[in-house]
Design a binder for this molecule. Sequence first.
Ligand code: SAH
Length: 215
Amino acid sequence: MSNYAARRAAMVENQLRARGIWDERVLGAMGAVPREEFVPRRLRHRAYADSALPIGGEQTISQPWIVAAICQELALTGGERVLEVGTGSGYSAAVLALLAAEVISIERDPELARAARRTLARLAVANVHLELGDGSLGDFERAPFEAIAVHAAAPGPPPALVDQLGDGGRLVVPLLEEGEEMLVALHRHGERMTRATIAPCRFVPLIGEGGFAEA
Ligand code: SAH
């Protein structure tokens, strides 16, 4: 087993399974995606650390546990079309690509989008469609989605994303409300939405029409 593969296996057991991630498909995907390929070269030795890491442009690749928690909450079975907002390094897109049929991933930063596209191509991830733009508006033309994952904190559920969520679908989004940041799951039942809180979290802000104004 390579050094990275051994660290990845340890991450799955110690950071994920031991801390409430039980979905075997999610554990399998987290154990399969080479996280070291998505972090800057000088930080590769920390690729399997229990933390977020900088990826440039003041952005971060999320902590492994939070990526797994988002994926588990989406309850994917393999046939879904998923919308992801905040591609960043492309790491979470690569994990989602193993859990669903198709991933539409939107990133607003052109440099990050370019780098993510290169990494995903190098790893031959074929079912991720990367788009450049304001993901807080979703992708009207490709809606509805069976699942939506947002990787940046919003002041409230972005209305366009709620609209583009198909019946029975789940939207997972970090919400910054009254100074507290919480990862929240919204579940659509026809016109009715239910809401569940997953865990406290810390994300970079969602910048856009359905998020915060640029500082
Ligand atoms: N999931 C990523 C980490 C994302 S960090 C990974 O695995 O590496 C959050 C990302 O959201 C940043 O790259 C930031 O540029 C992006 N972002 C912020 N607001 C956005 C918006 N409105 N639309 C699309 N991307 C956005």
